[in-house]
Design a protein. Structure first.
Length: 460
C-alpha cells in the first residue's frame, strides 16, 4: 500500500488548487479523478455553458439588430462550430489544469474511481485497468454532484439529455421538453430557444426560481415567455414513451389536468445529488446527512479528524466560487496557520440567463421572515439611461435595506451584466457602505452602476 501525506478525491474547483498548494509545500500528494481534471465547472458546467450562452446571445442580437438600425440579411446557427468553440475552450482549460498538476514532482495524478477501503485507506479503480491501494493521514473529499434522474415511468427508455450529454449535440433539437425551472433548465432553455429549438419547460412548483422573490421570478418568467418559451408551473411529467416516428410522447400533469405532448428531446434539469455512494464512505466513519452530503464543521473538517470535505459535496450552495473559497479556507488554515471559517461568508451568485440575475444577500421574503424592519427599492430597467441607450430595458434592480441602520441587506439585479452590477453592491455591503451614501455616490455616466443612485433615491 502506497502512503501519501495527502490524498485528494476529485479534481474539481477545490481539489485541483489544493493539490497544487500541498505539492508546493513539499507534501507527497495523490489526487484521484475519475473523469477530467477541472471537474464540473471546467468540463460540463460553467465554462461550456457560458461559452454557449455567448453564442446564443450573438444569435439573439443578430435577430434584433434591426431595432438599432442595422440591417442584416439573416443569420444561421452553425452548431458544429458552436460546439467546437466550446470544446476548444474547455480543452484549453482542462489541459492547462492537468499540466500544472502533472508538472509537480510531489503530486501523483491517478485517473480512476476512489472508494474507501478502511479508516484512512482507499482503493482506486484505475481507468486504464487495475487497482491501487493508497493511504494518508489527511484526506480531502471534493467529489461534487451528479444529475438527479427523477423516477418517471418510461424515462429510462428514452434517450433523455442531461446538462452533460446536451453539450455533445451537433444539431439543434426541434422541440426540447425541459424538466426543472431553475438555473440549469432556464439557462439551457433560453440558449436552445435562441439556437432555434421549440422549448417547453416544466416546473413542479408554483413558480420558476422558487427561492427568489416572487416579483423577480415573475419578471424572469415573462422575459422567457416573451422569447417564445412555454412555461408550465405546478406541472410534472408522469410518463414517457416513444411513438412510431421515433418522437417522444410525454404525459404531463398540468395542475391536475392530463395532457400528452409530442417532443423530440427531453432535458432533465431537476437538481443535482452528491456522488457519495461510490466513495463507500461508511468505511471511514465519516457522517453524511440523509441525502448523502458529507457533514462538515465550519472549517470543513468532517467528524473524523484529518478528513475534510470541500465544495458541492458538503451540501452548501453549489457554486464554483464557494468550492474555491472552501479551498482557500482549508489551505490557509492548514498551511499558513490561519483560523478561518465558512461563517458569515457572502453568497453572491449569478444566473446566466439574458438578462442575467445577479444576487447577493437576503431576499425581501427572507427579511420579512426574519422580522427585520426593512425597506425595498425597485427600479425597472426601463428607467435606467444606460439600458435605454443600448436597448436592453428588460428586467429590474431590487434592493432590500435595513430601515433603521441603512445597511444594504440584499440585492437582485436582473439586467444585462447583472452579475457585474451585483458585485459592485456586494463590495458596498462587505465594506459597510450604507444605501444613503450610494444614493449620492458619484458614478461615471452613463453606466449601469450609476443607476444605483436612482435605485436608492426611491427610498427618499
Ligand atoms: C450545467 C452547469 C452549469 C453551471 N454553471 C455554473 C455557473 O455559471 N457558476 C457557478 O458558480 N457554478 C455553476 N455550476 C456549478 C459548479 O459547476 C459547481 O458548483 C462546481 O463545479 C463545484 O465544484 P466541486 O469542486 O465541488 O465539484 P466538481 O467540480 O463537480 O468536482 C468533483 C470531481 O470529483 C470527481 N469525482 C467524484 N467522485 C469521485 C470518485 N469516487 N473518485 C474520483 N473522482 C471522483 C468528479 O469526476 C469531478 O471531477 C454549474 C453546474 C452545472 C452542472
Ligand atoms: N449560473 C449558475 O451559478 C449555475 C448554473 C447552473 C447550475 N448551477 C448549480 O447547479 C445546481 C443544480 O441546478 P438545477 O437547476 O439542476 O437544480 P435546482 O435544484 O436548482 O433546480 C431544480 C428545479 O427543478 C424542479 N424540479 C425537480 N423535480 C422536478 C420534476 N420532477 N418535475 C418538474 N420540476 C422539477 C425543482 O422544483 C427546481 O425548481 C444549482 O444548485 C446551482 O447551484 C449554477
Amino acid at each position: 500500500m502506497k502512503q501519501y501525506d495527502v490524498i485528494i478525491i476529485g479534481a474539481g474547483q477545490a481539489g485541483s488548487p489544493l493539490a497544487r498548494k500541498m505539492g508546493k509545500a513539499g507534501k507527497k500528494t495523490a489526487i484521484i479523478e475519475k473523469r477530467w481534471i477541472g471537474g464540473t465547472c471546467v468540463n460540463d458546467g460553467c465554462t461550456p455553458t457560458k461559452t454557449w450562452v455567448a453564442s446564443a446571445r450573438a444569435a439573439y442580437l443578430a435577430g434584433r439588430c434591426n431595432n438599432l438600425g442595422v440591417h442584416i440579411d439573416g443569420y444561421s446557427i452553425d452548431m458544429p462550430q458552436i460546439k467546437k468553440r466550446k470544446d476548444d475552450i474547455v480543452m484549453h482549460s482542462r489541459s492547462g489544469n492537468q499540466k500544472s498538476l502533472e508538472e509537480d514532482p510531489n503530486i501523483d495524478v491517478l485517473f480512476g474511481e476512489a472508494s474507501f477501503s478502511g479508516h484512512k485507506t482507499l482503493t482506486v479503480k484505475l481507468n486504464d485497468g487495475g487497482t491501487e491501494e493508497i493511504l494518508a493521514e489527511q484526506i480531502f473529499i471534493n467529489a461534487g454532484l451528479q444529475t438527479v434522474i427523477p423516477d418517471i415511468e418510461g424515462l429510462s427508455d428514452i434517450d433523455y439529455l442531461t446538462s452533460t450529454s446536451i453539450l455533445e449535440l451537433e444539431t439543434v433539437p426541434q422541440h426540447i421538453l425541459v424538466i426543472g425551472g431553475n438555473y440549469i433548465g432556464l439557462e439551457f432553455g433560453q440558449m436552445f430557444r435562441r439556437f432555434g429549438s421549440q422549448i417547453t419547460l416544466l416546473e413542479r412548483g408554483p413558480r420558476i426560481m422558487s427561492h427568489e422573490d416572487e416579483d423577480v421570478s415573475h419578471e424572469v418568467h415573462n422575459i422567457l415567455e416573451e422569447e417564445g418559451i412555454a412555461i408550465f408551473t405546478n406541472t410534472r411529467a408522469t410518463k414517457f414513451e416513444k411513438n412510431a416516428h421515433g418522437r417522444i410522447l410525454a404525459t404531463l400533469d398540468i395542475d391536475g389536468r392530463t395532457e400528452v405532448m409530442e417532443v423530440t428531446h427531453v432535458l432533465v434539469a431537476a437538481g443535482r445529488e452528491p456522488q457519495t455512494e461510490a466513495l463507500k464512505i461508511d468505511a471511514t466513519g465519516v457522517e453524511t446527512d440523509e441525502k448523502g452530503f458529507v457533514k462538515v464543521d465550519n472549517k470543513l473538517q468532517t467528524n473524523v479528524p484529518g478528513i475534510y470535505a470541500l465544495g458541492d459535496i458538503t451540501g452548501g450552495p453549489a457554486f464554483t466560487h464557494i468550492s474555491y473559497n472552501d479551498f482557500t479556507i482549508v489551505w490557509r488554515n492548514l498551511l499558513m496557520g490561519e483560523n478561518l471559517t465558512t461563517d458569515d461568508r457572502p453568497l453572491p451568485y449569478c444566473m446566466f440567463t439574458d438578462p442575467q440575475l445577479g444576487r447577493v444577500g437576503i431576499t425581501e421574503t427572507e427579511a420579512k421572515k426574519q422580522g427585520i424592519n426593512y425597506k425595498v427599492a425597485v427600479l425597472k430597467m426601463t428607467g435606467v439611461a444606460r439600458a435605454v441607450e443600448v436597448g436592453e430595458t428588460r428586467g429590474l434592480m431590487k434592493a432590500v435595506v435595513n430601515a433603521d441602520t441603512k445597511e444594504i441587506l440584499g440585492v437582485a439585479i436582473l439586467s444585462e451584466e447583472g452579475g457585474e452590477i451585483m458585485s459592485v453592491m456586494q463590495m458596498a455591503m462587505q465594506g459597510g457602505i450604507t444605501y444613503d451614501r450610494i444614493r449620492y455616490c458619484v458614478f461615471a455616466h452613463p453606466t449601469y452602476s450609476e443607476s444605483l443612485n436612482n435605485l436608492f433615491m426611491k427610498l427618499e
